[in-house]
Ligand binder design. Structure first.
Ligand SMILES: Nc1ncnc2c1ncn2[C@@H]1O[C@H](COP(=O)(O)OP(=O)(O)OP(=O)(O)O)[C@@H](O)[C@H]1O
Length: 617
């Protein structure tokens, strides 16, 4: 599902499939509303034809001085037009309701598919992100397809009604009016394809524009933008993207303007010729005054209804092309290959083994891991250390199967994790990631996300918070655990007005740790830089707690604070994409290699006397 060429135009057959799917979604979401909408729309469609006939009757009555019947006709016209007005209002309400209900359905379907993706790769693919943006636009408004289809049907009814009248008066003109609509349809369809292709092309520019706009309007970057005075730079970048997208849109709009002006000119020409013919025919006594009025109304009616039909067809085409992005996402597989017959995952007894694991994020990127052989024994702690960019977090992501090794395998008690259902694997793993998420939710919910089922027991949430050393902080918040950890929202999930609170970096780190404590019964615990934001005392205290948590459990700890992992059962140095050294702290120090050098540097940094220049300040 990656690659920008996948924005290419789908075949008519694929589009027909999309149409069937959209119709199914809309029908299942609001069947009664759809029926009601169709009914009032049909009523609305019949009205112009009825009014034209009634007007003809009135005019003929006037010409023949049959005034007695005119009152009844006038009342009928009033009733019909009032019914039409009511039908229009009802149609508007029903359409909006269909839209709302279908949008819920489509959005649910889209995000269910997105959260089903097993791996992380799609979220790092620009083409997927563009597709997702268009799919979201389409999911927000799937009912528009019904609207478009109904307006096409309504126009077809109007066309049929007027055509009957027109054929009676002039068969030649009937054919002429119909034939003149064909090139319009073809040209408009071509324009619609070009418009959708243009929307796909400007996708990256629109996403970048949004990125700059968000950067300037959210708290995350506010400090740096002000201190580094980045406002003008970011605004310029945002406007450059906007102008680039606008230039494409303008080109398209101009093309549409030219084409549509020519098409309108042609249709006005046909109508004008018709009027001249009708007046001449009336002069020769071939048409009555009512006939002329009927002819004019019928030509205008057929032309405008045909116009609406053409626009509806074009709009439906455009909407289907956009909806195709939605369908592509909701029908795509889980991303990583899924085992046809998943093997059960045994409780970890022996350990997890990486066997000759090679990995790179994509074919055009360099190797991150180049044949890693590593055993993580059951009940033991393995610490991963090494230089920045050495591949420690990547290895952790492979253990969770967010990506598959490009070569080699990862075995859980001998079972390849690719043969296991990903959710079964992840249910056995607890983790604190280096880039953990600070959810804009309450304090309790921020811990509960670690294990939603377990967190129904409030006591467990508090115990996890105590273990992570953050209970006192959370309990002291204005609304305790129910305090919203955000300044962006004014109400919590239960809709109660509340002032949000911001935590410090270290306090957030403890909240993230509490999530891991909530999952402390898992077979494999992964802690990627679990204490990077903590003050020295907190780090000491939290490491004590983590050691207790890890005791007798299988865990992988990534840390640059080598003092914090010196008690690990095995310390593994990743360098150059391979395991460069491994052993206990004492053994690695004795070896005098990379670990010994890194450890000594760090330890010296704490012990070293200030240099003369620093001391004299
Ligand atoms: N999603 C990604 N797509 C492409 N390249 C990536 C991605 N994530 C990491 N990399 C690259 O992979 C390499 C290893 O990154 P990784 O985060 O695993 O290193 P690390 O050892 O955890 O580093 P650090 O100590 O700085 O946290 C780096 O060169 C990085 O640029």
């Amino acid at each position: 599902m990656s690659g920008r060429r996948q924005g290419a135009t789908p075949t008519p057959r694929v589009l027909a499939g999309c149409a069937a799917r959209a119709a199914g979604t809309v029908w299942r979401s609001a069947p009664l509303h759809v029926l009601g909408y169709a009914a009032v729309t049909l009523v609305g469609a019949a009205v112009p034809v009825a009014v034209a006939w009634l007007t003809k009757a009135v005019l003929d009555g006037l010409a023949q001085h049959r005034t007695s019947a005119l009152l009844g006709l006038a009342v009928t016209i009033a009733v019909v037009t009032t019914a039409a007005a009511a039908a229009a209002q009802a149609a508007q309400y029903l359409r909006a309701e269909v839209d709302r209900r279908a949008a819920v359905h489509a959005k649910d379907e889209l995000f269910a598919a997105v959260t089903r993706f097993t791996g992380l790769a799609p979220f790092e693919s620009p083409a997927f992100l563009d597709r997702m943006r268009l799919a979201q636009q389409s999911a927000a408004n799937p009912g528009r397809l019904v609207d478009t289809a109904t307006s096409a049907v309504r126009s077809a009814v109007t066309v049929a009604g007027f055509l009957g009248s027109l054929v009676v008066i002039s068969p030649v003109f009937t054919v002429l009016v119909l034939v003149s609509a064909v090139p319009a349809l073809l040209v408009e369809l071509r324009l619609s394809r070009q418009r959708v292709a243009m929307l796909w092309r400007i996708g990256p520019a629109e996403r970048r524009e949004l990125f700059y706009a968000q950067l300037m309007s959210t708290a995350d970057a506010a400090k740096e933008i002000r201190l580094f005075d980045l406002g003008a730079f970011l605004r310029l970048r945002m406007l450059t993207e906007l102008r680039a997208a606008n230039a494409e849109r303008r080109r398209m709009d101009r093309r549409e303007f030219l084409v549509q002006t020519s098409l309108s000119g042609a249709s006005v020409g046909v109508a004008g010729a018709g009027l001249v013919w009708a007046i001449l025919a009336a002069g020769r006594g071939q048409l009555s005054v009512g006939d002329v009025s009927m002819f004019v109304a019928a030509v205008a009616g057929v032309q405008s209804a045909l116009n609406v039909m053409v626009s509806a067809g074009v709009m439906a085409h455009e909407q289907l092309l956009t909806f195709h992005h939605h369908v592509t996402i909701v029908t795509s597989g889980p991303g990583l290959p899924a085992p046809r017959h998943p093997r059960p995952l045994p409780r970890l007894r022996r350990g997890v083994e990486l066997r000759d694991v090679w990995f790179r994020y994509s074919d055009d990127l360099p190797w991150v891991l180049r044949g890693v052989d590593l055993f993580i024994p059951h009940g033991r702690t393995v610490a991963l250390v090494g230089h920045n960019g050495g591949g420690k977090s990547t290895l952790v992501k492979l253990l969770c199967r967010f990506y598959d090794p490009t070569r080699g395998s990862i075995l859980w008690d001998g079972v390849d994790i690719r043969d296991v259902a990903p959710e079964a694997l992840r249910a056995r793993v607890g983790a604190v990631f280096q880039d953990f998420v600070a959810y804009e939710l309450t304090a309790a919910e921020n811990i509960a996300v670690g294990d939603l089922a377990a967190a129904r027991d409030r006591a467990r949430v508090e115990r996890a918070a105590r273990d992570a050393g953050v209970h006192d902080t959370l309990a002291a918040l204005p609304r305790g655990y129910r305090t919203l950890l955000s300044r962006e929202f004014a109400a919590d999930q239960e809709g109660e007005e509340t002032d949000g609170v911001l935590l410090s970096g270290g306090q957030w780190q403890r909240v993230a740790l509490a999530r891991a404590f909530l999952r402390s019964d898992r077979d494999l615990m992964i802690l990627d830089e679990p204490s990077s934001g903590l003050d020295p005392e907190a780090e000491y205290e939290v490491h004590g707690r983590l050691s207790t948590l890890r005791a007798g459990r299988t865990s992988v700890v990534v840390s640059h604070r080598l003092g914090a992992v010196r008690d690990a059962d095995r310390i593994v140095v990743l360098a150059g994409g391979v395991v460069a050294e491994q052993g206990t702290h004492a053994a690695l120090l004795a070896e005098g290699g990379t670990y010994a050098r890194l450890f000594t540097r760090q330890a010296d940094g704490y012990r070293a006397e200030p240099r003369p220049a620093e001391a004299s300040r």
